[in-house]
Write a protein that binds this ligand. Sequence first.
Ligand SMILES: [Fe+2]
Ligand SMILES: [Fe+2]
Length: 166
Amino acid sequence: MSSYKFEDRRKLVSYFKNEAKREIEYSEKIKNTSNNSVNPIVRVIMDAVSQDSIKHSKIYETMALIIESPQLITENESKKVLDDMKDHIEMEKESIEELNELLKNDTIKNDKPLKFLIEMLLRDEKLHHAMLSDIYSLLIKNITLTEEDIWQQIWNDAMYHGTPGG
Ligand SMILES: [Fe+2]
Ligand SMILES: [Fe+2]
């Protein structure tokens, strides 16, 4: 951001862009290994890692973007986006509850591959829920702050202009 020295910024941007490229290349390599594999569990895990690498690439690209355009992170989201996010957080919570129920099922308890995959889903859904909740409360706090700023501004103006009739 603005506190970075120009040289640091330039270095970080090129480092992040390079990592973004590396993650995409890695994602293709691991996808190929997955395509050559016959075991469905091995395949699904390698596919998951491949998709995570695409995700990592996007995270690196986003870090490069916010160094280059720091003003973007103070953009306010619309009410629709915030409302939709709230629904998604609820969805993630429901998934967590259902998966926890599944883990109590005797068939699943005694089937190691199934148990392994359900635990894998559960870890992801917990992470999704936590990430969405964190960013949602941050966005809400931002809006509240903005509103407080507005009220502070109104108060300051009132003090400056004096009381009505004054
Ligand atoms: Fe990665
Ligand atoms: Fe999810």
